[in-house]
Design a protein around this ligand. Sequence first.
Ligand code: BG6
Length: 495
Amino acid sequence: MYSKQIPTGFPKNFLWGGATAANQLEGGWNVDGKGLTTAEVVKKAETREDFSMNQVTTESIAQAAADPTDNAYPKRRGVDFYHHYQEDIAMLAEMGFKAFRLSIAWARIFPNGDDATPNEAGLAFYDKVFAECHKYGIEPVVTISHYEMPLALTQKQNGWASRQTITAFLRYTETLFKRYKGVVKYWMTFNEINAITGGFTGTGAVDADLSLNEKAQLRFQALHHQFVASAKAVAQCHAIDPNAKIGCMLARMQTYPQTPNPEDVRAAQLSDQLNLFYTDVQARGEYPEYMNRYFQENHITLQMDPNDEKVLRENPVDYISFSYYMSTVTNADQDVEHFHDGFVFGEKNPYLQTSAWGWQIDPVGLRISLNDMWDRYRIPLFVVENGLGAEDKVTSDGKIHDDYRIDYLRAHIAQMREAIEDGVQLMGYTTWGPIDLISASTSEMSKRYGFIYVDQDDAGNGSLRRLRKDSFYWYKHVIATNGAELDAPVATAKD
Ligand code: BG6
């Protein structure tokens, strides 16, 4: 008789926590020797639908670089974690965090990207942050490049469009692995590497004047450089700190066919392949055949060095991490060309609700994605972003009753538990923005994800005071019970 034990609930050392990015969190944009970053020349979007993060031109960059203030550039100010990190990490510890995902700002360490020596003050800042995490038993999970790079590399060589950026990046990663050996156990190379198809935020390259096809050519070439840089960083990390684990990071978007028409089902399959192609390269070590066909049909030619394929093959990642916010729907009439021009929401799914920003909320999609990815890769998975962007209201007694956020997270955690019981190996779960921070896509402050409210508005006014929302107490209980009690009555914000 065949009988095997089915896993029950979350594993013992499950990494519960939250995730952030330097450019949305830190502030301190012009102190202690830091250089300007690509994120700090992006203005706040005019509307919610309009992703300002990729809308830059050579002129807008020159104008931004000459502006000594943070007025128009919210990612320069973040929520001033740079000066509040002790208070902030103490609050994460109060929730019982096991892991805190954060990114390092490359321009704090190498202000121009390719300086001969690193900036000691920048390294020292992260020494202090990591020490603060360890003080509470919180494991730092570090993204090496999260939607930013030193602006000087854009100005000098158009960012990742240049192969030389690989060399600069590897000097940076070597510095990090040596400095934080034994301190950081979990690394990931590029945040949402597939965001590169949207342009500037991923590539650090200005391509506003190019045709769609020229953009695709530039972006996939830049991506190839990142693939090689990432694989070489995996090799470096393993050589320098054999106890560390290094992963890749994908913005996962589950695609459904709009109808059972096989043509729509095939369109959804292609859309899913185009989403998973990045992890195919980084986890399996080679470009998949369907992608070679896609390149050929779309007249995209990649320049590779003779050794590149070997480097990719020999250095797959240790784990796959991904963000999951929503799912999408497609049909045979959709033009796949959209794939190389940025982010697409697809068709409306009549079975799902959307957030105020139009993101389709789909907890079951997370279980489907986890199963699909586990079946495909058979290496540990890590959900490193998930959450609901919402406008929170502070009531007259200074409380924030964010039951909508609790509902969202509860439903997703329940589906992760199902996936674990389906057999998926899941390392952890870090919700996006445990402390309110600047939105990546629109640079708004009013799109909040946190358990901790930060008193700051879109224009940067406010005391920066931190307040515990209702979700703070709820998540604390979830962690304390290792995800066993998701429905416990919600304590109300006390401060
Ligand atoms: C992910 C990014 O795309 O989603 C984060 O990795 C980002 O940087 C998050 O903040 C949520 O997106 P947004 O646009 O709502 O901030």
